[in-house]
Design a protein around this ligand. Structure first.
Ligand code: 3PY
Ligand code: MG
Length: 274
């Protein structure tokens, strides 16, 4: 049997993260495969497609995942809340990972993993023909036997309940790691008062989660957003950090080019729009 990570570079991300390597991800919200492909050609290790808050949906992830994969990069999909069936569908069409928002308990994490991993770990249903042809996997058995290793189930930790249950969530068999939503976490930890990813309570929760992931030998990831936040989160020990998102890349690119040209730059305008 050929190891899947040798067949296509996108299938190597899970192994790299499990071995403790760092990865920097882009974040993408638009049903625009051409733009996603251009982003995937940038110096990023992966592209996360956002179906929870972005404008992508079950249909538009199909060509968008294909475009990212064509650029040789792994695509992951952030699911809508509770829609674990979409995780299996995303993997079937070539995603190498699913990120499930608002996971509060080990039971929710188990239900999520069940859709991502084939037996005996989970109960993912067979139908990965599109993924096989995208990656160039020759036999169904090669994909079946390699997929649990080559794909990622990441549970988003973004509530007080989840932080309290972090050790039980991380102990769920087949869950590859956690991925923090620092914006929602700040809303939860300030009882709805603020969105502030640098809040002191968020800071303490991030340290707790990073330590718990290290102890469990699982992957710690986080939505970085602005570069300064991404840098701070990486320094805390989060190995998989995402940087910005599509609207911010456009705004930053235009601002950088205006500045180089000697034109004034107004940084107060909307940088994201989602
Ligand atoms: C959060 O910060 O809550 C996220 O889910 C990032 O999109
Ligand atoms: Mg969130």
């Amino acid at each position: 049997m050929t190891e899947l990570s040798r067949i296509h570079p996108a299938l190597a991300l899970a192994g790299r993260l499990r071995r403790g390597e760092r990865a920097l991800g882009g974040w993408f919200c638009l049903p625009e495969p051409g733009f996603a492909e251009a982003l995937a050609h940038q110096p990023l290790d992966a592209v996360v497609l956002d179906v929870q808050h972005g404008l992508l949906d079950a249909a538009s992830i199909v060509p968008t995942i294909a475009a990212v994969t064509r650029a040789g990069k792994p695509a992951l999909v952030r699911l809508p809340v509770g829609d674990f069936a979409m995780a299996a569908r995303a993997l079937d069409v070539g995603a190498v990972g699913a990120i499930a928002p608002m996971i509060d308990t080990a039971a929710e994490a188990r239900a999520f993993v069940a859709q991502v991993k084939y037996p005996p770990t989970g109960r993912r249903s067979w139908g990965a023909g599109t993924a096989m042809s995208l990656f160039g996997v020759e036999t169904p058995t090669d994909y079946l036997h390699g997929a649990n290793e080559a794909t990622l189930a990441l549970a988003m930790i973004e509530t007080r309940e989840a932080v309290e249950a972090i050790d039980e969530i991380l102990a769920v068999e087949g869950l590859d790691g956690v991925f923090i939503g620092p914006n929602d976490l700040s809303i939860a930890l300030t009882d709805g008062a603020r969105i502030d990813v640098l809040d002191r309570q968020v800071d303490a929760a991030l340290d707790r989660i990073a330590a718990a992931a290290r102890k469990a030998g699982k992957i710690a990831g986080i939505f970085g957003g602005a570069a300064a936040y991404a840098r701070a989160f990486r320094a805390k020990g989060f190995a998989f950090v995402t940087l910005g998102l599509d609207g911010m890349y456009v705004a930053a690119g235009v601002a950088a080019m205006r500045s180089e040209m000697g034109e004034p730059v107004d940084e107060s305008g909307p940088a994201r729009g989602y």
